[in-house]
Design a protein. Structure first.
Length: 392
């Protein structure tokens, strides 16, 4: 911690509160970076981003799109409720204990510390992410990872060029390849042998298929961004990882995604909803099914057209994402803490934010009015009853 005593600013990852604790300990301005295109729970819950768009912003893990029916919205609320419960009753108490044990501003809860983050940089692009209203302290700056492609190493460049009009398919499942059953690897190898395209397949030596056709090149590592930016790249088969999603969108390359866990199904859905590709589960698919989906995406020009649209939007941003993020970092360094960006809602209880107290008062007034009308009707009814009239 001694090295941090001379720091002017803390920059952390939005999913991990330790950077927030350090900023609290040193009383420094604090920026957190949201690296996922998902602004649902837990991020929205942690930093006070309004959750009211639950009617059209899917929660992480739901696999929903923005066009939700009644049951889709019920599922969305259920996921939000469970996630919120876990965060409030399991996650926060653990960090409150940690704060107390290290005497890090014990008067503040971890929730209050997170709410006091000066700026959140949303490292994603609404051309893919679900558009929603953001408070002033959340700045959408675009994806950091993609960049213009660089020349490929000679061996890879030769392989790309000799692919001709049929082009190259890049296949990379990252470290998720280690979780695949050998039978799935063999199924993919069988499928790739039936395709007329060249294949660059990133796979680790321990996972090599038993046989590989002549059109397939096995590699342990690839310059993914640069291959996706090559003119001869026709398709990207991947697991829906955040970096791969951003890079393929930036270069406009159609995709076939096979998500496995975490944010991968949501990322894959974003690409599919943008019209850039399809989803197929390699764990359960046959070689014939994989060939059919790959052929469909490559031969249907709509996927390429939608990819070009997404790519154009990302490349046309007024400021490069990394430079825009740097602008905001310099702004915080110059200004220090940024209380003027924080809406009053962050300090209000939820029932005031959503005006439940106002609705309760209005409801009570309506009930009292109905009761008065009912009483008045009863009094008039009794006064005008046949017995009263006869005695009169």
């Amino acid at each position: 911690m001694a090295e941090l005593q001379t720091a002017d600013l803390i920059i952390g990852d939005s999913l991990y509160p330790c950077g927030t604790l350090i900023a609290d300990m040193l009383s420094l301005p604090h920026i957190n970076v949201i690296m996922s295109p998902d602004l649902s729970v837990p991020v929205s819950e942690m930093y006070g981003i309004p959750t009211s768009p639950m009617s059209y912003v899917p929660q992480m893990g739901t696999g929903l799109t923005a066009d939700m029916g009644v049951f889709g919205r019920l599922k969305n609320i259920a996921f939000y409720t469970v996630s919120s419960f876990i965060r409030n009753f399991l996650f926060y108490p653990m960090y409150d204990e940690l704060k107390a044990s290290h005497k890090i501003k014990p008067s503040k809860t971890i929730r209050e510390s997170l709410m006091s983050v000066d700026l959140l940089l949303f490292a994603a692009d609404f051309v893919l992410a679900h558009a929603q209203p953001l408070p002033p302290y959340v700045k959408e700056v675009g994806f950091f990872m993609p960049s213009p492609s660089k020349p490929l190493p000679a061996e890879l460049d030769h392989f790309m060029r000799e692919s001709g009009e049929k082009g190259v398919i890049l296949v990379s499942f990252g470290t998720a390849i280690n979780t695949l059953d050998p039978a799935v690897i063999e199924m993919m190898s069988k499928a790739f042998a039936q395709l007329p395209h060249k294949i660059i397949w990133r796979v680790y030596p321990g996972n090599y298929p038993k046989s590989v056709s002549d059109n397939v090149k096995l590699v342990e590592w690839v310059p993914q961004n640069d291959i996706l930016g090559h003119n001869n790249t026709k398709l990207f088969i991947n697991h829906g990882g955040a970096n791969g999603m951003a890079e393929t969108a930036y270069h406009g390359v159609p995709v076939v995604c096979s998500p496995f866990f975490a944010d991968q199904p949501d990322n894959s859905n974003l690409l599919k909803n943008a019209g850039m590709g399809e989803i197929v589960r390699v764990n359960t698919a046959t070689a014939e099914e994989l060939v059919r989906v790959v052929t469909k995406v490559i031969n249907d020009d709509s996927y390429k057209t939608n990819g070009a649209r997404v790519s154009r939007a990302m490349k046309s941003r007024p400021r490069e994402p990394v430079k825009e993020a740097a602008d905001f970092v310099e702004y915080v360094l110059a200004q220090g803490h940024l209380p003027h960006l924080k809406p009053r809602s962050l300090a209000m209880p939820f029932y005031q934010v959503y005006m439940l107290d106002v609705m309760a008062v209005i409801g009570a007034v309506i009930l009292v009015f109905i009761a008065l009308i009912k009483t008045l009707v009863q009094l008039i009814s009794r006064a005008c009853s046949p017995k009263k009239l006869k005695s009169a």
